[in-house]
Each structure stands twice: as structure tokens, then as C-alpha cells.
Design a protein around this ligand. Sequence first.
Ligand code: ADP
Length: 426
Amino acid sequence: MKAPFLGCIADDFTGATDLANNLVRAGMRVVQSIGVPDAPLDTDADAIVVALKSRTIPAAEAVAQSLAALKWLRAQGTQQTYFKYCSTFDSTAEGNIGPVTDALMDALQIDFTIACPAFPENGRTVFKGYLFVGDELLHESGMRNHPLTPMTDSNLVRVLQAQTTRRVGLIDHRTVAGGTAAIETRIAALRSQGVSMAIVDATDNEDLMQMGRAFATLPLVTAGSGVAIGLPQNFGLDAVAGAAQLPAARGGRAIVSGSCSTATNAQVANFIGHGGAAFAIDPLRLAEGADVASEALAWAEEQLADGPVLVYATAQPDAVRAVQAQLGVAHAGEIVEHAMGAIARGLAERGVGQLIVAGGETSGACVQSLGITTLRIGPQIAPGVPWCHAASPHAKDGGLHIALKSGNFGAVDFFTQAFATLGRDA
Ligand code: ADP
């Protein structure tokens, strides 16, 4: 077994999958771990992504968790470290992007790294240090109202400088457009001026490829998931064609949806509209103590032989608000997540081998309930959403294919498309 080339630390769960997806697309075989593993992984992966939940926790805890991840990754022999954060650079003035980067630089004993949240395919571009979300500057986008990390300044040099005592500089688009050699020259110049972190402009994939080559010798890269597109070319990979290969798909097909986002509502309606078998979970009955999970599983067992089944709590905003008004936001979320986790586990026990979970928090609950600790990343279904394969003690034959879709990802026919992708590629 060879050592993986790239060790990645992601500050949230679906962000980790998004990063892994881009690495696979660029030819790497990737394994994602939920949290820091307590032992070496038995894998032949080119990259390992450790998924933390450190984006909005206190900075000291985020630093401790990230350093633990770094230590574990280095023990696996990784050559380069990638700290992955959100493509909207979600962070308050207290962090956590700056403090975690500082801690990783100290641990690696290095004096320079880059910071680049650009992901042009998803509309995140950086120009002259300013981050755009689609056609809007970050501070004019919906991110200005984010409940936990409101972003009110689009100038990333300023945003990052407020979070670190190291000097922050810029590698601007003129330099990036000049190609790899120009970027390397600029890095040398910045270092000689005592700059330790540089925001890097990028507006398209060619920029990412150019900078990827220039970052080949940096021990640490900090970025959104976009920069991952340009790094695999540095490692002389030979397994490019088979990177997304998963074991053959088996077993029943099911969807568990606890997301109430606009895209998921449309996907659920589309599935039902095309005659798909569906069972609705009523949060109020859950709150009364009814064993809705068992009812859903008994129903699903009857249907599974005939095609995919959908179990959903997905509802329109006014229905969600009515439930929340009665139960409280947190309690409503918890009981639905708990039920969805139990249903996912029960479906696996009843022979489901191909499972789609819709919803970020819902995914966390289902993965935990299924006892999944690592995911092998396979073919992309939609940007940011790959099929994965995971061992689970609850799956009938020990493992299952699973796709974790965060709220607003995927086209209206995502569920059908997802099963078709698996049929083709796995
Ligand atoms: P998304 O990725 O779309 O944000 P999440 O799973 O992260 O989806 O979050 C959805 C939250 O809404 C979860 O906590 C889930 O339990 C909760 N939820 C789902 N359906 C309902 C409903 N009908 N009423 C109230 N809350 C719900």
C-alpha cells in the first residue's frame, strides 16, 4: 500500500464531499473520513479528506481538531496538506480560517501559503482580491445575512488580515494570467517582502490549472474546493481512468429526504409527479410519540422490489414554519433528523444498497445512524454531489452506495438521474 499524496482537512461535512468530488474528477482516488480516524486506513487512495465540523465552533477547538487531523494525515505519509473552507470564505473576524491556517503553518514550520476560495464552475470568482458570488460581490450577496458567518466585506486580503498577525498579500489576476512561472515569481517576491499568506485571483478553470502547477511545492494550500482541480496534475497519477470506480451497485434503491430547500422540494415533487412511490413523514405525529419510522419501513418493505422508494419530511416553507411554531425550531429539526437516521438504517437492514440522502444535517444523522466512518468517492451526479461507497454494519451485505445531497444542489430530476448514473458507471 502506497502513501496518499494529498491530505485534506475540510471544515464541514458536505464541503468535504464537494472537495473529494473535484479531486476524483481530476483523476485522484479519494477516501473521505468522518472525523479523524483512530487508526490508519486500509486504502490505496491518492488523497484522503478528513471531514470536520469546525467552521463555526470556537477558534481554539477548530485549531485543536485541525491539528489532530494534520497529525494523523502526516502519519499516513501525505506529501501536501489542503485546508478546505467554504467558497464564500465563511468566517468571522475571530476565525476560523485565519487561526486554523496559522496553526497549520506553525505545525508544518512554513513561512508561506495561499488562500483562494474561487470555484468558477459554481460562480465563485476572485478578482483583485474581491470575491464574487455569481455577478454580485460577496457582501452584496445573500451571505451578508448569514446567521452564523455574515460576510460584510468582499476584500479577502482585508478579511484574512483581520484574522492573523502574519502579513497577507495578493497574487492578482494579471499575474495568474501570466501563467505558472509568473505566479512562482510573484510568490518569491511576496516571501522576500515578509508576506506569509496570499489571496489568489481566479476567474476560470485555466487559472486553477496554472496556479495548481505553481503550488506543487507548497506544503500547505488553503482554499475552497476549486483549487483541487489544478493539484492532481502534479502527482504523476497513473490511475486517472479508474479514479471514480466503485464496486458494482446492488440491492434496493431508496431516497431519504429531510431537506426543505427549494431544490429538494422540486425534486421530491418531480419524483412523485412521475409516479414514484413515496411516504410522507409528519413531524407532528413524531412529536406525539407515534412510531412513524416503523410505519415507513413496513411500507417501504412492500415497495422495494418495484423500484426506488422515497421517504420524505420535505415540506414547503409555510408548512415547516407551522411545525416549528408548534414544536420549536431545534426540537422539530432533531426529531425529524432522528427519524430519518432510523429509517436510513432500517432501509439498509432491509436490503437497500443504493441510498440517496437529501439534506446536509439529515446526511449527518443518516451517516451516523448507519455507522459509516469512511466514504469512497465515486462518479459525480451533479456538481458537488458524487456517489460514494461505504461500509456499514447495518447494510445487508456489509456496504452500500450512498449519495449525500446538500439542500440546494441538483437538477429537478436529480433522484432519477442519480440512479441512472450509478447504473452506468459503477
Ligand atoms: P438542507 O441541506 O436543505 O439545509 P438539512 O437536512 O441540513 O437540509 O436541514 C433541514 C432541517 O429541517 C433538518 O433539521 C430537518 O430535520 C428539518 N425538517 C425536515 N422536514 C421538516 C418539516 N416538515 N418540518 C420541520 N422541520 C423539518
